[in-house]
Write a protein that binds this ligand. Sequence first.
Ligand code: PNS
Length: 164
Amino acid sequence: MTHTTSRAVYPGSFDPVTLGHLDIVRRASRLYGGLTVAVLRNTRKKPAFSAEQRRAMFEAAITAEGLTGIEVVHFEGLLCDFAHEIGAQVVIRGLRAISDFEYELQMAQMNRRLAPGLETVFLTPGEEVSFISSGLVREIAQLGGDVSSLVPACVAAELSRRYA
Ligand code: PNS
């Protein structure tokens, strides 16, 4: 069932996008009429890839998957302000395991305090990708391991260049 009237925003650092993130995008795009992937420009963590590289990789992965009607943009500042700007009523976040929950609950409640009309919806990725994280992917790539089953092909190529 698609709620065609609702626009959702899927925010994150995406440093880099993984097959887990892509799985969440696929699920969210089936639920919402409009979906914006919002790549945080200045993350607190020092990112391995620039905001434009992270955005471009996500866009390329979405195109390669044949998914349509999804925009991929940068954002900075408060997520709730950005959601308001683009008319999104829903924030999508992926929940992989209990360990994600505390941080996610705190963010969802904080965003609700800041913007009472903005709902956070948690989606769970398929179990075949639910153990993947960008941090582990970076570590494996840096140490010369094979990440081809963890990230889209364009990202695997970018990681090889980055850590060559
Ligand atoms: O992929 P991440 O790093 O877990 O994503 C975190 C993100 C980007 C969703 C969060 O840091 C965020 O929304 N940052 C924007 C600033 C903001 O709104 N902070 C208050 C959040 S409650």
